[in-house]
Write a protein that binds this ligand. Sequence first.
Ligand code: OAD
Length: 238
Amino acid sequence: MASPPARIFVLTGAGISAESGLGTFRDRGGIWERFDPMRLATPEAFAADPDTVLDFYNWRRRNALAAEPNPAHRALARAQARLADGGGRLFLCTQNVDDLHERGGAEAVTHMHGALLRARCTGCGHGFACRGDILRADPCPGCARTGTLRPDIVWFGEMPMHLEAIDARLREADLFVAVGTSGSVLSAAGYVTQARSLGIRTCELNLEPSDNASLFDEARYGPASEIVPAFLADLGLA
Ligand code: OAD
């Protein structure tokens, strides 16, 4: 078997956690079909009605904590370790705010849309790990003010996190793989185009063709729990 690419950039989206029981956003019955993102996932919504926004993320945090990683999360973690053993790197960049990659065994995960299990103070900027509900009455552990804590999540109208590091890792990749993402939210949606312009081979692994499907060199369609382990096995990284 040919040796696997040395540097793989993997971008994951909600589809990889779908079989763990966490809803996707834009599929039929998805989160943004049931809930209005403009009332729940913007800084303006938080300013206007913080309790409703906190409740929404408290509910999602509880769901994420109750979920378990599936074979796709685990296969990526194993491939990351295999590649690292051989001197390569699998850079795992996720749009997901759950911690299923970490609990599936991944060592380093870049959460470009933030993390449900972190909170941040809008007053002093202090960020901290947080597994329980965030309530308006909770004091910030940094400045002790109340009413200032929010989930450390990227909302619509805010910049994704870690963009410089992501750009650097994409530029050095030999292979770009998008898993379970509709390809409809920037900046992540632009990575396949950027990869192509850099001459990097691109592959889509999704339940069905995404909005960006025609931009990929290669695609495999099916549930992530099946196609991700199979794809990585074909690369010699099972
Ligand atoms: P979407 O809900 O937009 O897309 C999920 C993709 O996963 C779709 O293309 C589905 O076909 C696919 N899918 C569903 N089930 C799958 C399965 N079992 N196996 C493989 N693929 C499956 O979710 P994202 O692309 O992640 O941002 O959405 C991007 C961002 O939009 C999210 O991070 C979130 C949202 O607004 C913020 O909240 C900032």
